[in-house]
Design a protein around this ligand. Structure first.
Ligand code: HEC
Ligand code: HEC
Length: 151
């Protein structure tokens, strides 16, 4: 008696798993068929789909600061530089080691000081995510008139 129960149990499990596999297969194939890109059917090399490359006007010599202790604006593009836990793309040029060779301004000395006032050998974690304070600014006509004057 015990044996038959066991057999029917494992049999029903087999039937169930076949059933599940079949359902998943049907779901996946219908999902694949219904996916459509926003571009529609037109091919990638279609002229209308070409990405327009804008020329970005960087600001040579940097951008004047508006108030004391303002984090200076970034006068160059930054889209190619990544800041992650393992790698800080900005420090390839702005670090103590590299700045001379790259003719870039060195990060402020304040960037090496930790919260206890100790000067570190590497940039402090408080200053690690550069774009938290420094924003990119390009040379372009302002979209709206602005009468703001710096100090
Ligand atoms: C390939 C080298 C290079 C990399 C990488 C780089 N920079 Fe620069 N950066 C420069 C140079 C060169 C200047 C000076 C430009 C000038 O004055 O014409 C500069 C200027 C600046 C300034 C202006 C400083 C001032 O006193 O006006 C800031 C802020 C800055 N960079 C931040 C960043 C940040 C943040 C990143 C990463 C997202 C970064 N940079 C990545 C080369 C680099
Ligand atoms: C918490 C805000 C903050 C973060 C994060 C930060 N900065 Fe700064 N940065 C400042 C301020 C404020 C100044 C101006 C005063 C000073 O030097 O401390 C400055 C100044 C600078 C200068 C000009 C230094 C000089 O002597 O003229 C450079 C270059 C710079 N930062 C690059 C960086 C880079 C690269 C990173 C990322 C590794 C970074 N900063 C992260 C706030 C920040």
């Amino acid at each position: 008696m015990f044996k038959t129960v066991k057999i029917t149990h494992s049999l029903s499990r087999k039937v169930m798993s076949i059933f599940l596999v079949a359902i998943t297969a049907v779901m996946f194939s219908s999902a694949a068929m219904s996916v459509q890109s926003l571009r529609g059917d037109s091919a990638l090399d279609n002229k209308a789909n070409k990405i327009v490359k804008h020329k970005v006007n960087t600001v040579e010599g940097g951008i004047k600061r508006n108030f004391k202790l303002q984090p200076p604006l970034i006068p160059h593009t930054t889209d190619k530089y990544q800041i992650s836990l393992k790698n800080n793309g900005c420090m390839k040029c702005h670090s103590e080691k590299a700045y001379k060779k790259e003719k870039a301004p060195k990060v402020g000395d304040s960037h090496y000081i930790d919260r206890d006032g100790k000067t570190l050998e590497h940039v402090s974690s408080r200053r690690y995510f550069c774009t938290q304070c420094h924003a990119t600014q390009i040379k372009d006509n302002p979209l709206v008139e602005n009468t703001y004057e710096g100090i």
